[in-house]
Design a protein around this ligand. Structure first.
Ligand SMILES: C[S@@+](CC[C@H](N)C(=O)[O-])C[C@H]1O[C@@H](n2cnc3c(N)ncnc32)[C@H](O)[C@@H]1O
Length: 252
C-alpha cells in the first residue's frame, strides 16, 4: 500500500517540471498580464527616473500642428497624452489590454481609444506620427512592429519607438521575451526606405538615488546623447520615410 507514492513520484516530478516551462509570448498572455496589473500600472512609475525618462522621450517627439495626428500603439493608460501634450483632435490610442484602456478612458475623457491589436490599420492609416512607447517592439516582434508603422504612417511622417534593451525587462513579465535583434531592425528599416537613428535611455549611474531631479535629468540626458548604448535599459528609435524612397505599402 505504501509503495504507491514511491511508484508515482517520478511521474509527478516529470509532470511538475513540464508545467514549469516558461510560458510563451502570445497576445492572450500579453493582454492577460496587462489586464492583471492595469490598476497598479501608473503607481509603479512614479519615481524620479520615470519622470526623467518621459522628459527625454518628449524631446524626441516631432512637433505636430493642431491638425496633425498621432497614433499611440500600446497606449496603455494613455501616459503619452501628457508627455506629448496631445489634444483629443490629434490623438488616437490603441491597446490590446481592455483594462489598461479602461484606466486611460477614465483619465482622458473625450479622447479616442481603440481596443485591439496594434498591427491593424487604424482609421485607414495616414497618421503623422506613430508611437510604440515601452516594449511594443519586444511584444509584437520586428516584422509585426514594422508592419504597424507601414500601415499607419503617412509619407514624411515620423515614428518614435522605445523598446527594452537586453539588460532590462519589467519584473512582472512572466513569459519568454526574446531580446530585440538590432541588426534585423537596422536591416528592415533600411530595406523599407526609412531614415532612422537610435539612442539609449536610462543608464546605470552610481549613487543616482542621491541625485536631485535636475542632476539625474542632466546625467541621463548626457548619456542618451553620448552615442553609447552600453547597459542602457531602453533603445529609442526615431525614423521617417526618405523623401526619395517612399514605401510601396504606405496608405496616403
Ligand atoms: C509597458 S506598457 C506601456 C504603456 C504606455 N505606452 C506607456 O508609456 O505607459 C506596454 C503596453 O503595450 C500593450 N501592447 C503590447 N502588445 C500589443 C499589441 N500587439 N497591440 C496593442 N497593444 C499592445 C500592452 O497591453 C501594454 O498596455
Amino acid at each position: 500500500m505504501v509503495a504507491y507514492p514511491f511508484f508515482f513520484a517520478p511521474y509527478v516530478a516529470l509532470w511538475y517540471l513540464s508545467n514549469m516551462r516558461v510560458r510563451e509570448k502570445t497576445d492572450e498572455n500579453i493582454s492577460g498580464l496587462y489586464n492583471k496589473i492595469a490598476n497598479k500600472y501608473d503607481k509603479r512609475y512614479k519615481r524620479p527616473i520615470h519622470f526623467v525618462e518621459e522628459e527625454i522621450i518628449s524631446e524626441f517627439l516631432p512637433e505636430l500642428r493642431s491638425d496633425q495626428t498621432v497614433l499611440d500603439i500600446g497606449c496603455g493608460t494613455g501616459n503619452m497624452i501628457n508627455v506629448g501634450q496631445y489634444t483629443n483632435q490629434q490623438y488616437t490610442g490603441i491597446d490590446i489590454s481592455e483594462k489598461m484602456l479602461d484606466t486611460a478612458i477614465q483619465k482622458y475623457q473625450g479622447y479616442n481609444f481603440i481596443h485591439g491589436d496594434g498591427q491593424q490599420c487604424v482609421k485607414a492609416g495616414g497618421f503623422d506620427c506613430v508611437l510604440h512607447i515601452f516594449g511594443q517592439l519586444n511584444y509584437m516582434g520586428i516584422h509585426e512592429w514594422l508592419d504597424s508603422i507601414i500601415k499607419n504612417l503617412r509619407i514624411k511622417g515620423t515614428f518614435v519607438t522605445v523598446c527594452y534593451a537586453p539588460s532590462y525587462r519589467p519584473e512582472y513579465i512572466d513569459f519568454a521575451l526574446p531580446p530585440v535583434d538590432l541588426f534585423e531592425v537596422e536591416n528592415v528599416l533600411n530595406t523599407e526606405g526609412f531614415h532612422w537613428n537610435m539612442w539609449g535611455l536610462t543608464f546605470p549611474t552610481i549613487g543616482h538615488d542621491r541625485l536631485s531631479y535636475k542632476q539625474l535629468y542632466e546625467t541621463q540626458h548626457t548619456l542618451t546623447h553620448s552615442a553609447s548604448l552600453a547597459d542602457c535599459q531602453y533603445y529609442i528609435i526615431v525614423g521617417e520615410y526618405c523623401d526619395d524612397k517612399p514605401s510601396l505599402y504606405v496608405v496616403e
